[in-house]
Design a protein around this ligand. Sequence first.
Ligand code: ADP
Ligand code: DP6
Ligand code: CO
Length: 320
Amino acid sequence: MKKTARAHTNIALVKYWGKKDKELIIPMNSSLSLTLDHFYTDTSVEFKEELTADNFSLNGVSKDAQQITNFLNLVRKLAGITTYAQVDSTNHVPTKAGLASSASAYAALALAASSAAGLTLSKKDLSRLARRGSGSACRSIYGGFVEWKMGTGDLDSYAVPFQEEVDWDIRMLAIVLNDAEKKISSRRGMQTVVATSPYYPAWVKTCHQDIGELKEAIEAKDFERLGTIAEENAMKMHALNLSASPHFNYFQPETLVAMQLVEELRAAGIPCYYTLDAGPNVKVLCLEKDVAQIKAKLAEAFNQEQLLLAAPGPGAHLLA
Ligand code: ADP
Ligand code: DP6
Ligand code: CO
């Protein structure tokens, strides 16, 4: 039976950046994210007796299916089947540009593939399965604010909702400077950092503190505290990249321009904060009431088409 699932991306406010176990994708630290409404992936999966290999298309173009096959092998094992599948996916988010396409991609694939294989997994097991495709995907099973509890291994490393229904006008304005595919994948970047950054132990320690404080800020709807924690956490992550060997970074000149504009807005009394993932695109955390003023300021350097607004979004769900 063909099944289609939709999953939204998420923006990590306290980030996952490093693995304890590469095969099982067990992280070095817990992370906390907000699922977003504007960016998502739709994926359909159908297991068919007549296929002699898995087929994969992304945005209508046929692609190499090796990564998909590796992931589907987990599903086939769980379901006790050996059939190959036709997988068709559409990203409503730029691919590999640091806008978390891997999060929405593997959350959608986990739900579509497990359903198409006849499984009805609990959300916990869906999150564990999505994690095996891409770590950040385990959080996209849920909507709203979500925590990935690092755990110690395959059984206890999964996401749990922290606040699924967000009754808060928090927004994320993505400044798309460049939607080209990045040169250093998240996977490779974090591996270099864990192996070589002298600051890595300090990162792990402060992430534990950041998560505790961030939860308090969310509960208190203290936007300035949330923004400060998120911005500082993102800069700590990028400092790891700068301190790795070989060192690397995801910044482009316009990344710094965007960061500067956000700081100027803040100095002018508008609460807004930036965060960046493994890519040059800057995401501005803000409140709905300030969006128009923030867009007007960003217009000094960016076109309106480069500004994409997202609100809290839902968890992964089946469309058909
Ligand atoms: P991003 O910042 O976009 O998450 P990553 O460096 O994490 O970038 O890598 C993205 C990974 O996810 C790549 O392996 C890419 O092929 C894969 N991917 C992206 N979109 C899809 C999709 N819709 N279905 C399956 N895999 C996808
Ligand atoms: C910077 O989940 O894409 O976006 O597990 O190797 O697939 P893999 O990496 P991925 O890494 C995401 C890194 C991040 C921070 C985050 O989303 O927590
Ligand atoms: Co990713």
